[in-house]
Design a protein around this ligand. Structure first.
Ligand code: DX5
Ligand code: ZN
Length: 219
């Protein structure tokens, strides 16, 4: 899939944790392109989700592309465990405490795709030194840590800047948005240049997940 393809990535964080295999299968049958896995360490963000053992179990349960979003303070330290667990793409935050270029380099060297995430308050400039190392740039559209928050429209300018820089430099990274994404906000993000739509509540909590995914795809 290229940065011209619309990719729908349901966030497992909004699934029923007591029956994860069924939830992954449900998302897959409903038309999910990727499975987005939100890893939270209770330190980088004010919440705790899951770690490498669960990523490994999901790997065994599906052939879907695993898009692993590390909201953790030391992504460099834990990177090898998420690689070994079977991640296809690993996104680290630019705000975390690590040598960002080195972490991205090691991610690709390990055979994974490399993503970089920016919190809503972090300017696009923070990503500039790393653009040619990226398979994906994640523009957070909420302050990370919790599902079900309201989309922050100020981030649209950053998405436009990310798309403009990509064109200017002849690069091909995906632009992903995460937080408060529904059919309305997905359309706004797509118009600004985003192509990967992460959605938790609007997919797993929908009455009809297939319809919800179709709406995100066509928005
Ligand atoms: C936010 C997470 C998101 C979150 C999205 O900290 O990174 O992936 O689960 O949830 P919704 O789609 O409900 O805003
Ligand atoms: Zn996420």
């Amino acid at each position: 899939m290229t940065c011209r393809d619309r990719i729908i990535a349901p966030s497992l964080f909004a699934a029923d944790f007591s029956r994860l295999r069924e939830e992954v299968t449900r998302a897959s049958r409903a038309g999910a392109d990727w499975m987005h896995l939100d890893v939270m360490d209770g330190h980088f963000v004010d919440n705790i989700s899951f770690g490498p053992p669960l990523v490994r179990s999901i790997r065994q349960a599906t052939t879907l592309f695993l898009d692993v979003h590390l909201m953790i303070s030391r992504p460099d330290h834990y990177l090898p465990r998420f690689v070994a667990a079977g991640a296809d793409l690993i996104t680290v935050h630019v705000e975390a405490r690590h040598d960002v270029a080195e972490t991205l380099r090691r991610t690709r060297e390990a055979g994974c795709q490399a993503g970089l995430a920016l919190n809503p308050a972090t300017p696009f400039n923070a990503a500039l030194p790393f653009l040619d190392q990226l398979d994906l740039l994640l523009c957070m559209t909420v302050v990370p840590g919790f599902g079900g928050q309201a989309f922050m429209p100020d981030v649209l300018d950053k998405i436009e800047a990310a798309a403009a820089a990509r064109a200017a430099r002849g690069l091909a990274y995906h632009i992903e948005v995460d937080g408060g994404i529904d059919a309305v906000t997905a359309a706004r993000c797509a118009a600004a240049g985003a192509n990967v739509m992460v959605a938790g509540s609007t997919t797993f909590c929908a009455k009809d997940m297939a319809l919800a995914i179709t709406q995100l795809r066509n928005a």
